[in-house]
Design a binder for this molecule. Sequence first.
Ligand code: K7E
Ligand code: CUA
Length: 659
Amino acid sequence: MKTKKILYAVALLAAAYNLQSCKPKDAGSAVAGDAAQKAYVAPGKYDEYYNFVSGGFSGQMAVYGLPSGRLLRVIPVFSVDPEKGWGYSEETKGMLNTSHGFVPWDDLHHPELSQTNGEIDGRWVFGNANNTPRVARIDLKTFRTAEIIELPNSAGNHSSPFITENTEYVVAGTRFSVPGDNDNGDVPINSYKKNFKGHLSFIGVDKETGRMNVSFQIKTPGVNFDLSHAGKGKSHGWFFFSCYNTEQANSLLEVNASQRDKDFIMAVNWKKAEEYIKAGKGQKQSVKYSRNYYDEKTHMTKSEIMKEVLVLDSKELKDICYMIPCPKSPHGCDVDPTGEFIVGSGKLAAIIPVFSFDKLQKAIAAKDFDGEYEGIPVVKYESALYGEVKKPGLGPLHTEFDGKGNAYTSFFVSSEVVKWNIKDLKVLDRVPTYYSVGHLCIPGGDSKKPSAKYLIAYNKITKDRYLPTGPELSQSAQLFDISGDKMQLILDFPTIGEPHYAQAAPAELISKNQVKIFKIEENQHPYVTKGEKESKVVREGNQVHVYMTSIRSHFSPDNIEGVKLGDEVYFHVTNLEQDWDVPHGFAVKGASNAELLIMPGETSTLKWVPDRVGMFPIYCTDFCSALHQEMQGYVRVSPKGSNVPLTFSLGKTSEEPAK
Ligand code: K7E
Ligand code: CUA
């Protein structure tokens, strides 16, 4: 029996594998005549939506305009970005601090826009780090990462960073179950069932500042959490997580975690969890995790190591977690705009189950359970089920909603998007995607108020869609018009890194709040230089601090002598401009560092340790004026112990005649 099951699972996977390379027909001719017009945004005109797209293994988040597909910006989040000096400048290095030290890379899968009353409010967008578990908050006034918090007791922060309807919490479920940070992790891997546990983190978000704080965690059985979504409306107060590997396998998961007919969606009553926390039921654990935020006044990162977390045990507190059986390794876990329907997408299932929040509540009240899973009540499948979408496609992954009673589910294996009606569960339309679609996005599609105009599919494979570029090809997004009954493909555009989830917000919600400059008089950076006259060079032991200014088209000072081998030089460059879009850059020859890109009114610091005696040019890297190329200078480096005095100047030019 067991072998049979394994064989079946393998056969299914094999089928999936073959089908992955099976391309839908009419790949080239799928675009109708008026498509170009629908995606066309005339030069100089603005797009209707901002689209925030995860960069996957690039660690960044990209911002596109919709419907044009224009790339507007790549926001550095978890990976260093030399273009913007992110993770290279002294001010931003601390943003990538973790309990493991400086971690310059991660894998970002899910952007999530902040909400108020279940609607996108345009304040922040959050992103998850899938490798070294972290959550980032990006400030949409500046399109910069403002804060990154690490998560204790977690590994592979995948079901994250989904939020509650007033951004009370950003929630993060661990993908890998592991021994807790406080338990001995030096145990045999095959003691998984005994020693490995899951944790769900509830990160509180300050209403005014957005500052994040791990409010509490819930300890769970050692399953893998995949995705999650908050309840809304009637189901506000609940969170839903898809779980796979409920077999608790620790090897060859592709077979061993596909044994059970059903895994689970875990329903979590977080309001109840809050009550337990208030009642003192949380267990204090001493752990270690980093919290880093960018201070807008000092233009510096504040990085602190946090040492404690409150943990609730789902085994002991019987009424915060419930398991709902869900067919075959569920991936997506999506809640419709009314909050009544919870859609699970089993990667290996032939149906899509739709659960009813009302029925779930009734089943819980009536204790309509099918036993327990490691101390957590298992609600009977039929008791929570609203119904199943029959024969929707192969390999359902993710579902978005249009607010008009329809759901759109992506099918990785059959490479298509399927539109179905939530009430009668009938399939209404299907369109091919090119190829192997993962997540979908409808602007506001996971909020109470989606806008049903566009749907974007994010695809893993683009073979034959774009000009070839060696062994690795671009990933892509495809834009569909969904304003009519039938979905219509109108545009392809390539993405940066691998796109997973994405969200979109109306342009005016965000564009009206943009910071254009930092006011120089408000700059409280400890090394700010507010005018050229204050620029100077100061020696403190072997540290040389250069208080430098930049303005079109020179640095002050631009000649520096008296730096010696063995010195650490810190260029603190303040951009004195007070006009929108006039950055200056800064670079020095031989620095094992990136450039700085400094915005008007801002101060940034580049650390440079010269490795040899000689003359080192500095220059501005951003074409800031007609005389940008003149924006340059020199630093003279003398031997250790040399008696060349420390001097600096601007405008003093060559004294000796040319030879
Ligand atoms: Cu790519 Cu959301 Cu990590 Cu599905 S996940 S595709
Ligand atoms: Cu400043 Cu170029």
